[in-house]
Design a protein around this ligand. Structure first.
Ligand code: ZN
Ligand code: MN
Length: 481
């Protein structure tokens, strides 16, 4: 069997965060009592006319700029005609052809080994979402909810030939894109609610072949994990079809996450079947270059740039910085907590270690934990100044998380202050006296054995002694012998 390689094109749809829908004043919000956010425009009633939502256009332009696209100064809308009950007008207003809002951009993914790869993007365009069909279980009918009808939708398509060469790269692409959209504030990126939908188009071909294999399109992927699993499964399925002498059919396939399989949904329409034509009810968009430049100037610092800055400014390793920038609020939390702390690496460690664990267990994001950044900074400060050991801090942070109290308060109330020199000296004397054989070893030159005695003292002091002090006091004690 020849070796096969996988190529993946990605089509992603993101519902935009706007107050109202794309072409009418109805509220744009997830869920709600069915068909309560509708009007003649988004119900497609005869005689109703669409009006642009400026905020939605601005969101798409900002995204296209952030994705390094060229902006089409003249941008046109089209009707994509097809019949389906969730599409009341009988057509979707979309952008076809070579004047979508953004063209020829790219984003950069970072692989687990630290290498980066540019994924080219061919277009970023604006369209409208459809309604939602709700199928009755076995009762033989379906109903439709038009609350989502005409919600502003942005489509982002990767370039051909595809840069993405594995299921993992496809997942990284989707994750990176999501984090950029959230940083820009244009989408909430909730895959589980369908506000961000990734549709990969995987194909396989024998290594060495110069023509691409037939691709299939995967739908219903509602997590990053299912993006990766779906493509892995689909690539394997295509290889098996080819190896058994068959041909891959170009079609749309659904993903069943529970069973871990893809299944045929429908054969894919070809472009001609949509009978695209320019939307006569909307004028073309003409962008003012000055307006574009003002939007470009106001773009926030994006995840990749923020990551590089955190590494430089705070001396963080790449893995820590990458985790901190996943969400903008987490990075903000870190920068606030790092203010006035010398050991900024320790702040990152506490955030990504104990704090992340505690937050996770309560279903919270790190930045939403009941420990404000200043309180974490104060806790790290206590360790820095020697007023508390790192070991004690593990107990303290748990108590802070549970009660919302400050580190000094917890230390005070729980009697967790660092043991006084006298107290530690007493424990040291006791440990030395109780372990004459270990002491003899050390005196005979086996210096490593002192670790055992340090451990005994730490245990006796319940972690409240500082290891440096213990070391020094142990040597003083043994010198007396
Ligand atoms: Zn409406
Ligand atoms: Mn689309």
């Amino acid at each position: 069997m020849p070796l096969y390689e996988t190529h993946v094109g990605m089509e992603c749809h993101a519902e935009l965060l706007t107050e109202s829908k794309m072409f009418c004043g109805c509220r744009n919000e997830f869920g709600g009592e069915p068909n309560t956010r509708t009007c003649p425009v988004c119900l497609g009633l005869p005689g109703s006319l669409p009006v642009f939502n400026k905020k939605a256009i601005e969101h798409v332009v900002r995204t296209a700029l952030a994705l390094n696209c060229t902006i089409s100064l003249h941008s046109v809308f089209h009707r994509k005609n097809y019949f389906y009950p969730d599409l009341p007008k009988g057509y979707q207003i979309s952008q076809y052809g070579n004047t979508p809002i953004g063209v020829n951009g790219w984003l950069e993914i970072e692989k687990p080994d630290g290498t980066t790869k540019k994924i080219h993007i061919t277009r970023v365009h604006l369209e409208e979402d459809t309604g939602k069909l709700i199928h009755s279980d076995g009762a033989g009918y379906s109903v439709v909810d038009y609350n989502r009808s005409s919600v502003p939708l942005m489509e982002i398509v990767t370039a051909f030939p595809p840069d993405i060469e594995s299921a993992e790269e496809a997942r990284l692409y989707a994750e990176t894109l999501r984090s950029i959209l959230i940083y820009l504030g244009v989408s909430d990126g909730k895959m589980e609610q369908g506000s961000l939908r990734a549709e990969p188009n995987p194909s396989v071909r024998p290594v060495g072949s110069d023509t691409f294999g037939t691709k299939t399109e995967l739908k219903n992927l509602n997590s990053f994990r299912s993006v990766q699993r779906g493509i892995e499964y689909e690539a394997q399925r295509q290889i098996e079809v080819i190896e058994s002498g068959g041909r891959v059919t170009q079609e749309t396939r659904g993903w069943d996450d529970e069973k871990g399989i893809s299944f045929s949904q429908r054969s894919k329409e070809v472009e001609q079947e949509y009978r695209y034509f320019p939307e006569p009810d909307l004028i073309p968009l003409e962008f003012d270059p000055e307006w574009l430049e003002s939007l470009r100037a106001e773009l926030p610092e994006l995840p990749n740039a923020k990551k590089r800055r955190l590494m430089e400014q705070y001396g963080l390793p790449a893995t820590d910085a990458a985790q901190l920038v996943l969400e903008r609020e987490t990075a903000d939390y870190f920068e606030q907590a790092a203010r006035g702390v010398k050991d900024t690496k320790a702040v990152a460690n506490w955030m990504l270690g104990d704090l992340a664990r505690l937050a996770n267990a309560s279903g919270l994001a790190i930045h939403a934990a009941p420990i404000p950044p200043a309180a974490l900074a104060e806790m790290v400060g206590l360790i820095e100044s020697g007023a508390m050991t790192g070991k004690i801090a593990k107990t303290v942070i748990e108590e802070m998380f549970a009660t919302g109290k400050s580190a000094p308060q917890v230390v005070q109330e729980k009697g967790l202050t660092v043991s006084g020199a006298d107290e530690v000296a007493g424990i040291v004397a006791k440990v030395v006296a109780a372990n004459p054989d270990v002491v003899a070893k050390i005196k005979a030159g086996n210096d490593k054995s002192i670790g055992f005695l340090v451990g005994q003292v730490m245990k006796e002091s319940k972690g409240r002694a500082k290891p440096d002090d213990v070391n020094r006091l142990l040597r003083e004690e043994m010198d007396k012998l």
